[in-house]
Design a protein around this ligand. Structure first.
Ligand code: GDP
Ligand code: MG
Length: 371
């Protein structure tokens, strides 16, 4: 990928951009000062001009989502599945999430008041946990995927039994398939007289969703979000699917994960809801979050209660952010404040370079369209 503009590279070496352009020409690359070049090319130019290349990018890659430093198998322990609910408007996504939230035995004990933090966890009677993304389905899902983030392990496709497959149902199927996330079909509104679950199963065939009754292996459950029926079966299906996926993570390392939601709040400052993908996030940790950085001042769980730490798949709100992260940004704990600053500033420069080239391109296009 293109990482630095010719001008920026020249600035950093305190060389003239024309000299950078000349050495690029020697490499057979014709570029203008505003154009961006990739890291390998930049390194060649830097050496050509008698400087030493230091790639802060390397440490940046380290905290990417690629999982370059794999965790060894013996450190991996099971983690809760992260579930997103998708489906056509009015088919009952919100109602289903609400109904599932009520089945949380822990929240029940605590009085059942849940905050809206973009994700929440449900503890089942048998002690197993499920993490639900509580974000408006499709947009959040695509926004996150566009940023290279993949937090969802399972998609629950809600289809109303009295309305069957609709445009946004099909869209949701496409998203899930593109992301290679397994689908569980929740056939909702089965309490309605007009409900026809079999029609749903039939119509899904055309979109290559083959449920068990149709000879496939996609799990499907008949539910009623408002009556609360079938929810236990749905939870069983989620746990079954999770088992098949063998979801595991190493909790004993510095935390990495993804921002699910971020907002500026009066009195609290920038607050981000994150999901840890591996490691354990703790109060006092220094971190990079997209182009932002910070030190964890407080962690709050989905019930708004302060916690000292959060392990894999546990949604928490993070306070103590400097900057403005967005949904889909990655975050990683760094060994020091200096390291966090170095990476955040590097990313900010990258961002600026990208914006500059985007603007330059825009202008050229405008020039052409003006002709
Ligand atoms: P969303 O747009 O997918 O989030 O759908 P909502 O959860 O807002 O539900 C849309 C409408 O369908 C609301 O009026 C709900 O009360 C109703 N609804 C949702 N689930 C059920 C159900 O299982 N049975 C019945 N009869 N109505 C439902
Ligand atoms: Mg809704």
């Amino acid at each position: 990928p293109e990482v630095i503009s010719v001008q920026e590279l020249a600035n950093r070496m305190t060389e003239r951009s024309v000299d950078v352009i000349k050495s690029l020409m020697k490499l057979g690359i014709m570029a203008t000062a505003s154009q961006t070049i990739d890291a390998d090319t930049a390194e060649l130019v830097v050496e050509e001009l008698g400087h030493t290349a230091k790639r802060i990018a390397e440490s940046d890659v380290e905290i990417g989502l690629g999982g370059e430093d794999e965790d060894v198998t013996e450190n991996l322990v099971p983690r809760a599945p992260v579930v997103a609910v998708m489906g056509h408007v009015d088919h009952g996504k919100t109602s289903l999430l609400d109904a599932l939230r009520k089945s949380d035995v822990v929240a029940g004990e605590a009085g059942g008041i849940t905050q809206h933090i973009g994700a929440y966890q449900v503890t089942l009677a048998n002690g197993s946990e499920i993490t639900f993304l509580d974000t408006p389905g499709h947009e959040a899902f695509t926004a996150m995927r566009m940023r290279g983030a993949q937090v969802t392990d399972i998609v629950i496709l809600v289809v109303a039994a009295d309305d069957s497959v609709m445009p946004q149902t099909i869209e949701a199927i496409k998203h899930a398939k593109a992301a290679e996330v397994p689908i569980i079909v929740a056939i909702n509104k089965c309490d309605k007289p007009a409900a026809d679950p079999n029609k749903v199963r039939q119509e899904l065939l055309q979109h290559e969703i083959f449920v068990e009754d149709m000879g496939g292996d996609v799990l499907d459950v008949e539910v009623s979000a408002t009556k609360g029926t079938g929810l236990d079966k749905l939870q069983e299906a989620i746990m079954l699917q999770a088992e098949l996926l063998e979801l595991k993570a190493n909790p004993d390392r510095s935390a990495q994960g993804t921002v699910v939601e971020a907002k500026l709040e009066t009195g609290r400052g920038m607050v981000a809801t994150v999901l840890v993908s591996r490691g354990t996030l703790r109060v006092g940790d220094h971190f990079v979050m997209g182009t932002a950085m910070g030190k964890v001042r407080a962690l709050l769980d989905y019930r708004g209660q302060q916690v000292k730490e959060a392990g894999p798949s546990v949604p928490v709100e993070v306070l103590g952010i400097q900057g403005a992260p967005v949904a889909g940004d990655d975050f990683a704990v760094t060994e020091s404040e200096g390291k966090a600053k170095e990476i955040a500033e590097y990313r900010q420069r990258l961002d600026k370079t990208k914006k500059v080239t985007a603007t330059a391109r825009g202008t050229i296009e405008q020039m052409f369209s003006a002709i």
